[in-house]
Ligand binder design. Structure first.
Ligand SMILES: Cc1cc2nc3c(=O)[nH]c(=O)nc-3n(C[C@H](O)[C@H](O)[C@H](O)COP(=O)(O)O)c2cc1C
Length: 191
């Protein structure tokens, strides 16, 4: 099994990344491959809404998304890692997600399914400083829709509230343990 981790925070070694590294321990321990992509390091243009993908399902904007499309297509499990920014995904994640308009076109305009029966799954890992009951609602909806465009089943989410400073989550052992369990749940097929 190959897992792709898409780091969507501009903050290196932040809360999301710390949790993601814990999730992938369980995945790697069982002999699976894990690849990390840090969106903030890449040259990614936002979707131009040009319709250039409508007839092909392929994005006409040529930038660092090109290898990412391939990495996503080859991954069996995808983990999108985003902080909550103004009640939604980070801008980096939103750009990444919007570019899957090309895959949306392939699925819904061209009616082509992509590896629909192979059990590929995608997950959301998100952290927020506050603890409001709706703090992750927008991010979950957006992540679900991105995975739908990819033709990847949504497998669920790991959400951690009340962590703000970089690495704050390292001081919350229960949440770190929950992340490790999340990884085990993924590789053992519970989620
Ligand atoms: C631009 C910006 C917007 C943010 N918006 C919210 C927000 O709407 N709600 C919230 O609870 N935390 C918000 N936060 C705090 C982050 O979600 C929180 O610090 C998170 O744990 C950061 O994760 P990271 O360390 O992986 O980047 C915001 C932080 C920044 C920098």
């Amino acid at each position: 099994m190959k897992m792709l981790v898409v780091l969507g925070s501009p903050r290196k070694g932040g809360n999301g990344e710390a949790l993601a590294r814990k999730v992938t321990i369980a995945v790697e321990e069982r002999g699976n491959t894990v690849e990390y992509i840090r969106l903030n390091d890449l040259n990614l243009r936002p979707c131009q809404g040009c319709g250039g993908c409508d007839k092909t399902g392929i994005c006409v904007v040529k930038d660092d998304m090109t290898p990412i499309f391939q990495a996503v297509d080859e991954a069996d499990r995808i983990l999108l890692v985003s902080p909550v920014y103004f009640y939604g995904l980070s801008a980096q994640c939103k750009i990444f997600g919007d570019r899957f308009q090309a895959r949306w076109a392939r699925r819904y305009l061209l009616k082509e399914r992509f590896r629909e029966t192979d059990g590929r799954k995608g997950y959301l890992l998100s952290t927020a400083a506050t603890k409001g009951p709706k703090i992750f609602d927008c991010s979950i909806l957006t992540a679900r829709y991105i995975y739908d465009a990819m033709d990847v089943e949504y497998g669920g989410e790991l959400l951690v509230k009340g962590v703000d400073k970089r690495k704050a989550v390292l001081e919350v052992p229960d949440e770190m343990a929950r992340a490790e369990q999340f990884g085990r749940d993924i590789v053992e097929g519970r989620i």
